[in-house]
Design a protein around this ligand. Sequence first.
Ligand SMILES: Nc1ncnc2c1ncn2[C@@H]1O[C@H](COP(=O)(O)OP(=O)(O)OP(=O)(O)O)[C@@H](O)[C@H]1O
Length: 299
Amino acid sequence: MQRAVIILNPAAGKSTMVNQIGIISDKLKQRYEEVVIYTTEAAGDGAAYIGKHASEFDLIIGAGGDGTVHELINALCPLERRPLFAILPGGTCNDFSRAIGMNQDPLLAVEQILANQVKQVDVGKSGSRYFLNFWGIGLITLVSNNVDSDKKERFGKLSYYISAAQSITGFEPFSLKIKSADFDYDDTACLLVIGNGAFTGGMRTFFPETDLEDGKFDVLIIKETSMELAWKAIALKLTNEMPEGGAIRYFKTGKLSIEASPGQEIDCDGEIGDRTPDELENLKQYLSVLVGDFPGFRN
Ligand SMILES: Nc1ncnc2c1ncn2[C@@H]1O[C@H](COP(=O)(O)OP(=O)(O)OP(=O)(O)O)[C@@H](O)[C@H]1O
């Protein structure tokens, strides 16, 4: 008997999925004999539920935004036997659900889940923390810090870009050392973004051509800060042939160590807390995920 659980964060986004969850659960019964709905009451509940019950399910569906997905995969990834994972987008940006091509309407995303298209996706690891979208230091942490919940509520994903514009002037560069098998860096920087998925803040920004199955991160360093350069980096199709000594550096690698001076606060999938130094590893095709019409994969 196939069993699925929907872990629903009723506080995510505008909370609209709460009213649709009955229809969604009925649809899932076309494929799963039992569908459990677990509604969280506070941050941490979803992870605790996975810790206790993951082995009872064939499929775990995270229903919420990127914060919910981040919490759930951090409970799922340390497990030896990891059930299949899927996402019903219910937050504001839903970056990873976009990266795997899920429809942003949960009633259509559930149809994609029923189509049962499985991919093994790369997962980023930093110490004991796992991430799907990105790891970053410098300007990006100011962007996340400046997006207060009131602004996010009113302006949705646009609030990230208002905040980016506000953060960009007057940022002090820091010194950055990166070591990897593919590229070393020892210079100043104002932004380092290490991407797994292609989306940040709901838009396909830093890494339009990323590949979620190649076991590699996309690494972007911006040395100087200016509005013009930032938009260039966002608009640019990043390639490995960035000019030597240029203000923007880009490369791909599977494993790297990072030191910054002064030590920098880390933004990992939108969660800010840890500080550099750090070591990152890309766990190639580590998590089995149900995907939609994914532009984020190359076949
Ligand atoms: N019942 C709950 N009440 C309050 N917070 C919760 C609850 N359940 C989970 N959370 C926490 O809410 C946080 C924010 O949720 P989430 O990121 O999914 O929504 P969002 O901020 O609207 O979406 P996005 O990150 O895509 O913009 C998560 O860190 C999660 O741990």
